[in-house]
Design a protein around this ligand. Structure first.
Ligand SMILES: *Cc1c(COP(=O)(O)O)cnc(C)c1O
Length: 473
């Protein structure tokens, strides 16, 4: 109510007359009803008003996970909207049918269903997510073939300038002429990143890794202190990690589908990987679970317990107080960015896009944006893009096991050997090939400028140009 109805009222009070509304997720879907009511008050019929609102509304859904879609008790919705829809002369049944997934008044009122019904321009946030979304909402459109469902996709992108360390921005400007101060919409400048001297980027990467390790130690000692550890324990925590070890990061919300504990599926195999003193590898975890996501919290505890396991102590760490500041440090300092969602539950994922501008390399399940981003040489794909044979506990367990096996095999056969292959003057040549390819192929294609330009062409301009644009305003 606050976001949707209040938002429309607030814009009006400010004298803003937008011609297009872009709703992200169903939370603000009542905005479309508030706008319909306003048009009816100005003399339009209900049918005409709905057509006008539909044409000028863009809706983006961001998750295929059922819990991510708000559903409310029908009676509560009728009561809450009474004032808003007073002028629509709509029966309660007709109102509720707009949010009923099967067009019935008694089922829970689904905000995503309402938003989709009142938006002509609808999209998911990656190609794979678009496909999953069409299947997921097929019943709303009375279609039997998902390909006929009018939902497209605009793949997410990150604001690269915000997420790129100042020293990295200076490096790309000086070494490859990449200018962060102007939005590069017509030409992606990032392919030029492939031309820079690998040794110079490697030297910078080592500085970012050191910075991360030093800050992690400070935080780990502080965490130990806060947990009343004795002086020896605090001292040990301040010496955890290694500035030159292959550093693999995992930092994001601890939603269960992201499977943070997947890395520990076969702890003995992981212990062997971590025990190799000649080729040191370390893992840095950070993240939070939603206050009501008890399963996600259990995952967090599981990973935390592994950091206390003697086999992993000091080599697998968990940093608390996760926020954007810590995320910045991680996306620049980690050599590898680990992403292990259960396909196809990750709508897009964006943290992996942030590492590429630092020459970080993605090691990810082919889910969300990665099937589009991965080109065979700019990172690694875990698994072959398979999905669970069945969406039950057994199906998921089997998928977890297969994906974990693929992850270990990649670490043992490709990731670790490439990182420690230092034939030329201490610089890992094959590694830096991959790192530069990551920088050349990802930040431009998965940046916010490309994304906004795509929304403009696919959705905003068509929605703005509808016949009654002037009247809507
Ligand atoms: C970018 C970012 C994320 C996104 O993580 P994904 O799991 O890759 O979508 C999460 N948290 C923070 C703080 C971020 O900056």
């Amino acid at each position: 109510m606050l976001l949707g109805v209040g938002g429309v009222l607030a814009l009006d009070a400010l004298g803003e007359r937008p011609t297009v509304f872009h709703l992200n997720e169903g939370h603000a879907a009542f905005a479309s009803l508030a706008r319909t009511a306003a048009l009816v008050r100005r003399g339009r019929s209900l049918e005409e008003a709905m057509v006008l609102v539909r044409r000028s509304t863009v809706f983006t859904t961001h998750t295929p996970v059922a819990a991510g879609h708000d559903r409310y008790e029908p009676r509560l919705v009728v009561r809450a909207l009474r004032q808003v829809v007073r002028d629509l002369k709509m029966s309660d049944e007709a109102l509720l049918a707009l949010g009923g997934e099967h067009g019935e008044a008694k089922e829970p009122f689904c905000m995503t269903a309402l938003a989709l019904r009142l938006a002509e321009h609808a999209n998911g946030v990656a190609a794979l997510h678009g496909r999953v979304t069409r299947e997921m909402w097929m019943h709303l459109y009375d279609r039997r073939d998902p390909a006929q469902v009018p939902i497209g996709h605009v793949t997410n992108g990150v604001h690269v300038a915000t997420w790129t360390d100042p020293t990295a921005r200076a490096f790309w400007r000086d070494e490859a002429g990449i200018d962060f101060s102007v939005p590069a919409v017509d030409r992606d400048p990032w392919p030029d990143a492939a031309r820079v001297d690998p040794g110079r980027l490697w030297a910078l990467r080592c500085r970012w890794r050191s910075r991360l390790v030093l800050e992690a130690r400070r935080r780990l000692a502080h965490q130990a202190q806060r947990q009343c550890a004795d002086a020896d324990e605090v001292l040990r925590a301040s010496q955890f990690l290694d500035e030159s070890a292959l550093t693999i990061g995992f930092a994001r919300r601890f939603a269960t589908y992201k499977r943070a504990p997947l890395l520990f599926t076969d702890a003995d195999r992981l212990a062997k990987i971590v025990a190799d003193a000649d080729r040191p590898v370390q893992f840095v975890f950070a993240g939070k679970a939603h206050p009501r996501d008890t399963e996600g919290q259990a995952f967090l505890r599981q990973v935390h317990a592994m950091t206390l396991d003697p086999r992993f102590r000091g080599r697998v760490v968990m940093l608390e107080e996760y926020d954007m500041g810590l995320a910045r440090l991680l996306v620049s300092g980690c050599d590898v960015w680990l992403n292990t969602p259960l396909r196809p539950h990750e709508a897009s994922g964006t943290s992996g896009m942030k590492v590429a501008a630092h020459g970080g390399i993605n090691l990810s399940i082919l889910d969300g944006w990665w099937p589009e981003g991965f080109d065979g040489r700019n990172g690694w794909a875990i698994g072959d893009g398979q999905e669970p044979p069945a969406e039950d506990a057994e199906g998921r367990r089997r998928r977890d096991e297969e994906d974990a096996k693929s992850l270990y095999a990649l670490l043992e056969r490709e990731v670790i050997p490439e990182f420690f292959d230092r034939s030329t003057g201490g610089v890992p040549e094959r590694w830096m090939d991959r790192a530069l390819r990551s920088a050349a192929t990802i930040p431009g294609r998965f940046g916010a400028h490309r994304m906004v330009a795509e929304y403009l062409v696919k959705a905003y301009l068509p929605a703005h140009g509808g016949p009654a644009a002037a009247e809507r305003a």
